[in-house]
Design a protein around this ligand. Structure first.
Ligand SMILES: [Cu+2]
Length: 139
């Protein structure tokens, strides 16, 4: 029995190390892709993927949304990615858009913002986590 439990704990340790490595790799990749986007002609962290809309990324980690605020054009898309080992849930304060599911690590939630205005949101699990998207009307 003792050998079995020792084996279990060492496998558990290896899995944790593997997960940490994977997390580090994803953080590096995210930073690199953010940097490469901001060097584009759009500025900020928006990524132009077509002539019609821009995709913005929001990272969920350290019990915070980053960036916490965004200013976008109507019809743009925002993608939240939970990179933390905790569940989080994107909930719109005034219910303008559909809320996310509980997001496990590496899961994403995306929405096209098709109404102009300023839309605050929070984490449905941790009420201290807040963010806001300002959607500017078509010029
Ligand atoms: Cu949360």
């Amino acid at each position: 029995m003792e050998i079995l439990s020792t084996l279990f704990f060492s496998i558990n340790g290896i899995m944790r190390k593997t997960l940490n490595l994977a997390l580090s790799a994803i953080v590096v990749i995210s930073v690199v892709s953010l940097l490469s986007c901001s060097s584009g002609n759009n500025g900020g962290n928006g990524m132009i993927t077509s002539n019609n809309f821009t995709i913005y990324k929001v990272d969920i980690s350290n019990f915070a949304f980053s960036p916490q605020t965004l200013s976008i054009q109507i019809g743009d898309k925002v993608v939240w990615t939970n990179t933390a080992n905790d569940f989080h849930r994107v909930v719109w304060n005034n219910g303008t858009f559909s809320s996310s599911q509980n997001l496990d690590i590496f899961q994403t939630y995306e929405v096209f913002l098709t109404t102009s205005g300023t839309f605050p949101y929070h984490c449905g699990i941790h009420s201290s986590m807040t963010g806001s998207i300002t959607v500017n009307p078509a010029s």
